[in-house]
Write a protein that binds this ligand. Structure first.
Ligand SMILES: Cc1cc2nc3c(=O)[nH]c(=O)nc-3n(C[C@H](O)[C@H](O)[C@H](O)COP(=O)(O)O)c2cc1C
Length: 360
């Protein structure tokens, strides 16, 4: 009986999921006869600097190309410099991300557009006329960390593709510089810069460069000139050769740290770049001080026996510094340079401390 009940529940869930799919995907298929595919979200490509987000929409990355289809012969699924299929917008976005050291993000719809170009035009135009806002498959976890957003998009139906409107609806870009780049077959920017200003009234929206679909090969210099002009201008000037490094202070006294090279430390660095992190720490167990970061970092825990001076991430959102030793599952963040048991006990073993992590 229980098995029958479970089977019924399973069939019900399956039917509900199928109905939801038919409804969402129907918003695409009412304009063209094809089978939309649920997108596999692409990961954000993290750059070393991290203050600039390069968000782009392209037909490429939003089209499930059946094996054997000669879709790359279409201008809209062009190969990038590295030989991968990037789309025109994707190629421009990669140049910008490489120049700025920013993060590269593909605006991806939950369902793919048709492999056939003319069908895509019908779907895109139909969705635009209907004011449809497709759901997005991937999302930015922490928009606050960026001071500049470079937005790269193709012109669809003489305006912004509707997935870019979904992106603008999802995020409040107030206080940021939004630098726009369009790629087109003749419409240049059309009305897109005005529409982005309307959608983001608190942002400083700057017109970048419009690149014709046949001019991509010769557009790199113009794109990078706009980036250098506006992205650098949006930042406080930094003397050449004075790269900021991540510093750790215990009760205001700087302690030299050898940081690990892993994604947790990269995420920590990005947080500290937005504003210094101040973490109230508490003594625990007679061997460590622990405090909450107030946010989660990527974790890759392994069972570790720590030694004095080790800095680790515990449970994804707590930072721990050891003046003794413990065996537990942690992600390593770094080690205090020249740490000894007496030195660390002197720093951490006499009462709760305040930890500061900042970029200087
Ligand atoms: C659905 C759709 C609609 C389009 N509408 C226009 C348009 O109205 N004006 C224009 O200049 N180009 C239009 N194009 C051409 C694209 O903007 C151009 O090919 C662009 O470079 C494609 O970039 P991508 O490869 O990143 O998708 C359209 C393309 C598609 C797929």
């Amino acid at each position: 009986m229980k098995t029958f009940g479970t089977l019924l529940a399973f069939l019900f869930a399956l039917t509900a999921a199928a109905a939801a799919f038919a409804q969402d995907a129907g918003d695409y298929t009412r304009y063209a006869d094809y089978a939309p595919v649920r997108a596999t979200p692409a990961a954000l490509r993290e750059g070393p600097a991290g203050k600039t987000l390069v968000a782009y929409f392209s037909r490429s990355g939003n089209t499930a190309v059946p094996a054997g289809t000669d879709a790359v012969s279409s201008a809209s699924l062009r190969f990038g410099d590295g030989g991968e299929t990037t789309g025109n917008a994707g190629q421009i976005a990669r140049w910008i991300a490489d120049e700025t050291g920013g993060d590269l993000f593909l605006i991806q719809t939950e369902y793919t557009y048709p492999p056939d170009y003319r069908q895509t035009v019908r779907v895109g135009e139909g969705q635009d006329r209907d004011g449809y806002r497709p759901g997005l498959a991937s999302h930015i976890a922490d928009m606050a960390r960026y001071d500049t957003v470079c937005l790269v998009y193709p012109i669809w139906h003489y305006t912004l593709p509707v997935p870019v409107c979904s992106f603008l609806d999802e995020y409040d870009l107030s206080g940021k510089t939004v630098l726009t780049f369009a790629t087109h077959a003749g419409s240049r920017f059309a009305d897109t810069v005005g529409r982005i200003r309307e959608a983001e009234p608190g942002a400083n929206v700057v017109k970048g460069v419009a690149v014709g679909e046949r001019e991509i090969g010769s557009a790199k210099d113009a794109v990078l000139a706009a980036v250098r002009k506006h992205v650098q201008a949006a930042r406080p000037a930094q003397a050449p050769g004075k790269e900021k490094t991540m510093k750790m202070k215990i009760d205001g006294t700087e302690v030299a740290v050898q940081w690990e090279n892993n994604e947790s430390v990269r995420a920590l660095r990005k947080l500290a770049a937005v504003k210094p992190l101040t973490v109230p720490m508490s003594m625990y167990g007679g061997f460590e001080q622990v405090g909450s970061l107030g946010t989660r970092l990527p974790r890759n825990d392994t069972v570790t026996t720590t030694r004095p001076g080790d800095i680790v991430l515990y449970s994804g959102d707590q930072i721990v510094i050891f003046y003794g030793s413990n065996s537990w599952s942690y992600t390593r963040l770094g080690h205090v340079v020249g740490a000894t048991a007496p030195k660390m006990a002197g720093l951490l073993g006499k009462g709760d401390v305040t930890l500061t992590i900042c970029m200087e």
